[in-house]
Write a protein that binds this ligand. Sequence first.
Ligand code: BGC
Ligand code: NOJ
Length: 820
Amino acid sequence: MQSSDDDTDQTYGYFDDQNYEYVITTPYTPTPWINYLGSNEFYGIISNTAGGYCFDRDPKFRRLTRYRYNSVPLDSGGRYFYIRDENDFWSATGRPATTQLDQYSCRHGMGYSRFNASKNGIATQVTSFIPLDTKAEIHSLVVTNHTQSTKSIDVFSFIEWCLWNAEDDGANFQRNLSTAEVEIEGSTLYHKTEYRERRNHYGFYSVNRQLDGYDTNRESFLGPYRGFDRPEVVEKGQANNSFARGWSPIASHHLKLELAPGESQSLEFVLGYIEVSVDHKWHSKNVINKQPAKDMLTRFDSHEKVMDELGKLNRYWRTLLCKFSVETPDDKFNRAINIWNQYQNMVTFNLSRSASFYESGIGRGIGFRDSNQDTIGFVHMVPEKVRARILDLSSTQKFDGSAYHQYQPLTKKGNANIGGNFNDDPMWLVLSTTNYIKETGDFSILQEMVIYDGQEQATHDHFDHLLRAFMHVINNLGPHGLPLIGRADWNDCLNLNCFSDDPNESFQTTQVGASDVAESVMIAGQFVLYGQEFVDLCQQVGKIELANRSMKHIEKMRKTIEQHAWDGEWYLRAYDSRGKKIGSHKNSEGKIFIESQGFCAMAGIGLNDGKVEQALRSVDKHLATDFGIMLNQPAYSQYDKYLGEISSYPPGYKENAGIFCHNNPWIIIAETMLGHGEKAFEYYRKITPTYLQNRQTLLKTEPYVYCQMIAGKDAANPGEGKNSWLTGTAAWSYYAATQYILGIRPVYQGLSIAPCVLPSWKLIRVQREFRGAQYSIEIHNPHGLSSGKITLSIDGQPVEGNVISSSSFNGQHTVIATMV
Ligand code: BGC
Ligand code: NOJ
């Protein structure tokens, strides 16, 4: 299936579903359109012109290569290959050399990117990936001579080393310019800065062929005051064999190729990372132990071996994506669910909000709230990783049930400088855990012993962590009996206790005083929703008394919301520190917010008396646009210290009336709960990238992944995207589409089926791997319904209700669900 007819705007690219690729057809996309390499610990971000960098685990502390965020020109630093043919030279990845190519394409695939270029009859193909279980980027370069004559071609590779700590690397120049050290042996250029002191790791860049020269000193390679677009060495066609001592170390190989007409030659480049135990650091005085690097290189010393590794990676992805696949009448829906949304889910799970084109990799580690939510889009793919992540998050919880807002992946310790006090944090742990158990049936996670606050002496089972999360809300109620908001709830920018008028103060780190009493309706709804999940869990594990006790808290919260949080046509958002309403028709700006509508509706508060229906109508009326649902309206037009960062943004951007895609799925789910299949779908397609191909020029961000924010109606360019890739939108959209639109939802007893779809979808086929069994599910919709009752049969036998019970099945099963 190629792109369908209405994808007429292919200015920058199109989908190739057969290969699970997005094909970018120009190096000059509106922003760098990136992909991620790596699926475990070692990662790279790579743009459509090979810009970006790689790192081991932590993009702040273990960054191998240098990248210049927000640079001029855009997207500076990457894995570059300069091809030189007589006096002409160009980049095999389209940039940074500015020479116009005869042909260019970049195919971003699942864990790899492939760049095709040709110029003057010389074709190149660079395939970049990180093999499974390997701490190295591979760049396989194939050069082909399509001319009638023999060609002498020069190839120059190029990467620039980062001095490991990416933050210092961009700031501490008085030190940095003196510390760099390299070694060179054969065709391998080693980077060993700080290895002589406290580091037990080094990097290397190698190629499987004898060199005709090399460079390790940047200025020597580039020439004075030149950019990456026309290095002096490339221009003159000969490396300088420079040896870096301090300044800015790079690695560049020079290779001369003789190519007969029609001949292809391949070069396998390996950009690797090695950790050595303290006892084995040195080969001899000041000479590093290179053996582990050499061992690694033997795995990639031929084109066949490299392609074999790529094959393994492809199979790994195909297998993962097969765990859930769907066939509906809508290609774009299928493409989102079967390929790109799942792919993005893995990336957000792995990287949280740390490294993208918008997240610099130095500011934010693994977010407690973000990562718990990310699991809901990923748990069906690699449940073991989700289990481990949940336990890591749990161990950064504090004894009172609150949590560190973030932790660094390298240490797994909570970040003290950010701290805690974001009062929505605790309950997300209940979401991730219950959702994990429903997917896997693995209750044993509850018995895992987990420390509190990173301290060994405070160890309890994981269930205790959930209980403390629950109680944290109850122990922190405000004047109306609603949960205290703390520094902020899900909306980081609603800083009701911050009162900052100092421009030098960060909103994210201002502390909350003891008397700060602002309350959050979003947390109240979240508490009812996930509190109910906690109660169900208690019942599952036989803690009936605790379940009953907890239920009373939930009932009370429900009443409090009904009493104090209904504004007449929608739910209020909050009470500020002075007891004033936020998100009320009485406010002149910020009258209505999306978050409390989403959470109160998903929690079913007011489901029976029409409040949910009314709240959703208000969302549609006041917040919905052609590009998605805005966060709030009317936008705040001026800064108000009683509101904080939200009012710092110009109207239409980010949390100030932007379309914050993350919470659109909350409304989608709520609409399905009312059986509104068409409305749910309308909202779904407004933000889902597979439907936005015609908007790629306006959108600007990668049209194959969700972005965090699309500019709202008050912005200069409504519909323009920002902050692509690392957003909770990915997991939530997937969760909404699979569990609420398709309605295939793991429950404790098995898999429940309750679709809420477009009436025009008459037949839906789903392949679902679930707790070791393989289900082929057909949903028949002969009467063109949106939702309602279904009849169910498994392997030809009718079943009562709508749950496929997992206890009695292994192997392969056919499920027929008919909407009646
Ligand atoms: C952004 C939020 C983000 C927060 C994280 C704010 O500037 O607007 O979207 O969650 O920073 O630190
Ligand atoms: C982005 C943050 O990563 C997330 O934690 C937060 O909920 C949203 N911004 C909204 O402020």
